[in-house]
Every structure is written in structure tokens, then in C-alpha cells.
Ligand binder design. Structure first.
Ligand SMILES: NC(=O)c1ccc[n+]([C@@H]2O[C@H](COP(=O)([O-])OP(=O)(O)OC[C@H]3O[C@@H](n4cnc5c(N)ncnc54)[C@H](O)[C@@H]3O)[C@@H](O)[C@H]2O)c1
Ligand SMILES: [Zn+2]
Length: 353
């Protein structure tokens, strides 16, 4: 499988990925190599890497606890400390082996340690393969506020090996699949049809490269998210608010990111029919397609005001206005769309119907 070239680095796939890594390490005189994992990828992915690339067994291993709750500055301090105590210098390399938590945090730690050392990402969840592998966003959470601290910085390379997905929980896999469905909806109608027709999210694995290519196209056109890149936020304005709402309530079971985004996409498809000209028939097809994989979650009307409050706090807001990325049709998105509160309420009704 051919690599994908981003503005700054290559994304390598499958068997070719380790070959590219080998060549890169032969050509680059790193003083020392560090491997960052979380507790799960230490147990499940590090042995796979070491089996296929034995010299990884020699790298200095640093770990953080698994989970979004540990994507914070305390974990960064622990990793900075680990680098420092083990003699990392400006010529050292950090290899991040894990999901989006490890690649986001590891990318940030590398970008700030001694004003920046180089790093390589080996994503091990479907979400991090199709979404976090391109675009250079790194960072950590600030208390309950997601990704508040960070920088845009690019890895030396990204290596995508679907083998890692064999140990990934089915629910986590489905969460990443939601982002792939999004890629189709905003950019490639044929791709949406193809994915929506699959029997199960596992069948999406051969399509990872296409999703990476679609995201890369968008990021190349607008690296700093001034315009087109905003379309990647389709489903995310309401989706993030719903995700935070479920996280913040001890009586509700938290939703995974992709699960919240799937709900957000159904609601924002409805909003698109009112604001940006999406046909109601297309909107219904989107709803059916998403519900096939993401059965309906109960969101009682009484919880809506809380979700609206969270919406106002979205990091993407400017000057107090909540702007949406919406669909004009399947495969074509528009951004910076303002939506009146009344239409938001209708979108919840549409989802519940
Ligand atoms: N930088 C970006 O552009 C970007 C894009 C999307 C998401 N993100 C970030 O990524 C994070 C979410 O990513 P995620 O869903 O990968 O979360 P994650 O890193 O927390 O991984 C999910 C869970 O799966 C485990 N895991 C990882 N790989 C595994 C494997 N191969 N087998 C078994 N278990 C495995 C992890 O330990 C964790 O418990 C969020 O913090 C989000 O902000 C960043
Ligand atoms: Zn997302």
C-alpha cells in the first residue's frame, strides 16, 4: 500500500510501514530512542511492535496510565521527567505507540521537551489511525476541558498497521468508524454509500487509507483551520456537547467520542435540511445509515438545556457565536453556519423520533 504524503511527513501503511521506519532510523543519527505507551498498549501493542521490529525492545520505555482522564499535564510532567532522567537530548526521538491519548500527549511532550524533539506516531486505535494520524494537533486536557493546551506540530512519520486493531474492543473500533462515515458525508458520497452498506465496523479496516487520504486533502487545503478544515467538525458541535454532558453526569453511562459524534451527525444532518439545503430524503438516509451501527441513545428533553449550555462553551466558538459545519448534500459540506436555537431543539426531536 503506497504511503500518503502530507505537507510535512508520510503516513505509511501495513508491511511497508516497518520498512520505512527501518530506513528512517538508519538515515537519522538519533542519540537515543524513547517509546511511549499507555498501560494497555504496553501490554497489548508493545509485544507486537517488538516482535515485528526487534530493535524496539532496546528503546527506553516510558508509560502513562490508560484513559482520557490521564491526558493531562501531570502525565506530561511524568514523561518529561522520564526523558530527562534517561538522558534525552535534542537529538532524541520519541515514538508514540497508542491511541489518540498517547499520540496527542506524546506529540505535545516531544514538541515542548528542550523546545522540541522529533517524534513518530504509531496509532493503535481505529480513531487515531483515521483521525489523529494527520493534521498535527497535539495536546492535553485542562481539567474537564478537552484539548485546551497544545500546539500544532508534525511527526517525522506515521505508521499504520491494522494488526494492532486485533486486540481493540469492538466498541472502540466502532467509535473510530464514526469518523470514517463522517469523511464520506463531508467529502465523498460514494465512500459514504460503501461504508453505510457494510455489515459491521470491522469491515471498514481495508478503507483506513482512503479516510486518511480524505482528511489529508482537507488539511492540505487549510492547515490552520481558517476555512475548509472546519468541515471536519461536522457532527462535532452538538456531538462534543453531548459527549461532555454524558461524561459529566454520574447517572449516565459515558459515551465514546465516536458514539457521541454519530448522534451529533444525525442532528446536524437535520439542521442541514433547515439551513444549508440538504434534502430531507438524504437526511433520512443518513439517519438510517448511522442508526444501523449506532442504536439510539436516550436523551430526554429535560437534559437539553444542559447540553445547550455546554454548546456555548465549545472551544471552536468565536465572539459568543456557535457556528456549525453542515451538509449541502451527502459528500459536500459547508462551514461557519449560524443556527437559531429553535432549530437545535427540532434536531433533538428528529433524533428522538
Ligand atoms: N490529534 C488529532 O487530530 C485527534 C483526532 C481525533 C482524536 N484525538 C484525540 O484522541 C483521543 C481519543 O483517541 P482514542 O479513541 O484512540 O483513545 P485512547 O487513546 O484513550 O484509546 C482508547 C482505549 O483503547 C486502548 N487501546 C489503544 N490501542 C489499543 C489496542 N490496539 N488494543 C487494545 N486496546 C487499545 C487505550 O489504552 C484506551 O483504553 C482523544 O483524546 C481525542 O482528543 C486527536
Ligand atoms: Zn472526532
Amino acid at each position: 500500500m503506497n504511503p500518503i504524503q502530507t505537507a510535512s511527513h508520510s503516513v505509511h501503511f501495513e508491511e511497508a510501514a516497518l520498512g520505512a521506519l527501518k530506513t528512517h532510523l538508519e538515515e537519522t543519527p538519533y542519540s537515543r530512542i524513547f517509546l511511549l505507551t499507555d498501560s494497555n498498549t504496553s501490554r497489548l501493542c508493545r509485544p507486537v511492535l517488538c516482535e515485528n521490529f526487534p530493535e524496539a525492545g532496546q528503546w527506553v520505555h516510558l508509560g502513562i496510565p490508560a484513559g482520557e482522564a490521564h491526558k493531562n499535564i501531570e502525565s506530561c510532567t511524568a514523561v518529561w521527567q522520564g526523558l530527562s532522567e534517561n538522558g534525552a537530548d535534542r537529538q532524541s526521538l520519541l515514538v508514540n505507540l497508542g491511541g489518540g491519548v498517547v499520540t496527542d500527549l506524546g506529540g505535545f511532550v516531544a514538541s515542548t521537551y528542550q523546545r522540541g524533539i522529533r517524534f513518530i506516531n504509531i496509532p493503535t486505535t481505529l480513531l487515531s489511525m483515521v483521525d489523529a494520524s494527520v493534521g498535527g494537533k497535539t495536546g492535553v486536557d485542562l481539567g474537564p476541558l478537552k484539548n485546551q493546551i497544545g500546539v500544532i506540530n508534525q511527526p517525522e512519520m506515521v505508521l499504520i498497521s491494522p494488526t494492532y486493531l486485533e486486540t481493540l474492543d469492538a466498541r472502540e473500533l466502532r467509535s473510530g468508524f464514526a469518523e470514517m462515515l463522517k469523511h464520506g458525508l463531508i467529502r465523498d458520497a460514494g465512500y459514504w454509500e460503501e461504508l453505510a452498506a457494510l455489515e459491521s465496523p470491522v469491515e471498514s479496516i481495508p478503507h483506513i487509507r482512503h479516510s486518511v487520504a480524505l482528511k489529508n486533502e482537507v488539511v492540505l487545503a487549510d492547515p490552520t483551520e481558517k476555512n475548509l478544515r472546519k468541515i471536519l467538525n461536522f457532527g462535532h458541535t452538538l456531538g462534543h456537547a453531548i459527549e461532555s454532558h454524558f461524561l459529566g453526569r454520574p447517572d449516565l453511562e459515558p459515551l465514546l467520542h465516536g458514539e457521541a459524534i454519530a448522534i451529533g451527525m444525525i442532528m446536524e444532518a437535520y439542521i442541514s435540511t433547515r439551513i444549508s439545503g440538504l434534502g430531507m430524503d438524504e437526511c433520512n438516509r443518513i439517519r438510517e445509515g448511522l442508526l444501523k451501527f449506532f442504536p439510539k441513545t436516550r436523551i430526554p428533553k429535560q437534559q437539553q438545556p444542559e447540553i445547550f449550555r455546554l454548546l456555548i462553551h465549545d472551544k471552536k466558538n468565536t465572539h459568543g457565536r456557535v457556528l456549525f459545519s453542515l451538509l449541502e448534500r451527502i459528500g459536500k459540506a459547508v462551514y461557519n453556519q449560524e443556527v437559531p436555537a429553535g432549530i437545535l431543539a427540532e434536531a433533538f426531536d428528529y433524533y428522538r423520533d
